[in-house]
Design a protein around this ligand. Structure first.
Ligand SMILES: [Zn+2]
Length: 409
């Protein structure tokens, strides 16, 4: 992509109403544009990063047997009344009458819709287990939408729902989904730990939250750096400096953002909505369910909160909008040629072909935060800077492709 043609410009100042680092940097760097509190548009750069996050999540969901569906955001009141949640969620749900006088709502979540669909499509134990997921917009009438992409009123989520004939099968899948979540965070370059919601052993718990360490965090998590032990500070008696119950090393406390959560729902929804299957003995039984959520915009905001410096964003390898930011400082046509060669090799390049000073180009490159900055000038060698470590190296033009491929491998 030629930066001279890129829609969405970097800017020095934004209106003073962005209180969070993620929204400030993402807006200044031209990734998002705010429409109102908690509602953002993704510009081309932002959508590139969003698609990368989506891709990692989709791959990991497919690996654990998830089948992708797309459910409606607009939902009838009648469905929500079956579980009593039309009233229960009224304070945060957008609910209104359409022009025909029908009461409808915008989905804050999709348990009712998915349970209804599965009910229409399964009948026997042979149809189970089943795992369905979607990546879709959700709506929540937040009173305090001040955290940029971390707390939206319209936001994109991946939600997976699993359906089982027995508690053992639900437990086994819950563990698999738990591990897939840790894999997603690790691939996205985020340090995450899972926190038990009630403080007992994993098998005794109905839900887990996935916490990412960042100063913007609204929660406090006590964690062990040596093993994977972690708990929400509100539910544990342990404190900073105490001994880890598992490995006896010293526990630490950190501000964290909740970036995902998973729940064993058991028969909560299948009971209310009569989602049943016929077992091997021909008896009708309630289906057991699990649900597994992760916010995509929230992850994007969390990466920015966890990984930036005074000059701008520092994307991780699987979230960088482009693999290479090529800064042209020469009038020679060799820069155009290098750009075209890299693109032909399938390397994603943002090519700063604008007629600007080096100072302005490098400032923009630091703000945008692409992992590899490559400077091409009248000198023979290319200068390659790793945005994460700040390390510079000088290499021959013909060695760049290998360097990029090795870096992202
Ligand atoms: Zn430990």
């Amino acid at each position: 992509m030629r930066q001279s043609k890129l829609f969405g410009k970097t800017r020095k100042d934004i209106k003073n109403d962005e209180k969070s680092i993620n929204a400030e940097l993402l807006t200044k760097a031209g990734f998002v544009e705010k429409q109102m509190a908690g509602v953002y548009s993704y510009l081309p750069l932002g959508l590139k990063t969003y698609r990368k996050i989506e891709q990692v999540i989709r791959e990991e969901m497919n690996k654990i047997g998830g089948q992708e569906v797309l459910l409606p955001a607009l939902q009838t009141k009648e469905l929500w009344e079956q579980t009593g949640r039309w009233q229960e969620l009224e304070p945060i749900m957008y609910q209104f009458k359409d022009h025909h006088g029908t009461e409808v709502g915008l989905g804050t979540t999709h348990e009712e819709v998915i349970t209804d669909i599965v009910k229409k499509n399964i009948s026997s134990y042979k149809d189970l287990p089943l795992a369905l997921y979607q990546i879709q917009n959700k709506f929540r009438d937040e009173k305090r939408a001040k955290s940029g992409l971390l707390r939206g009123r319209e936001f994109i989520m991946k939600d997976l729902y699993s359906f089982h004939t027995s508690e053992e099968d639900l437990d086994a899948y819950y563990k698999i989904a738990h591990d897939a979540y840790l894999k997603i965070f690790s691939r996205l370059g985020l340090q995450a730990f899972s926190v038990e919601a009630s403080g007992g052993a994993m098998s005794e718990n109905n839900s887990h939250e996935f916490m990412v360490k960042t100063d913007a965090g609204e929660d406090l998590t006590i964690f062990c750096e040596s093993c994977s032990w972690a708990q929400n500070s509100e539910i544990t008696k342990l404190k900073d400096g105490d001994q880890c119950p598992d490995c006896k090393k010293t526990l630490k406390i950190a501000k964290t953002v909740e970036a995902g959560n998973i729940f064993r729902l058991y028969t909560k929804y299948s009971k209310d909505m009569e989602l049943k299957f016929t077992d091997q003995a021909g008896k009708q039984q309630l289906v057991l369910m699990g649900c597994y959520g992760i916010g995509l915009g929230r992850i994007m905001g969390t990466v920015v909160e966890a990984s930036h410096d005074e000059n701008g964003i520092i994307w991780t390898k699987n979230t960088t909008p482009y693999q290479v930011h090529l800064l042209n400082l020469t009038k020679d046509t060799k820069a155009d040629k290098l750009y075209e060669d890299l693109e032909a090799e399938g390397i994603e390049v943002l090519y700063d072909d604008r007629d600007l000073s080096f100072g302005k180009k490098i400032k923009d490159a630091d703000l945008i935060g692409i992992c590899l900055q490559v400077i091409i000038s009248d000198k023979e060698d290319l200068e390659v800077t790793d945005r994460q470590t700040g390390e510079k190296q000088f290499i021959k033009i013909q060695d760049l492709q290998d360097l990029v491929k090795n870096y992202y491998n």
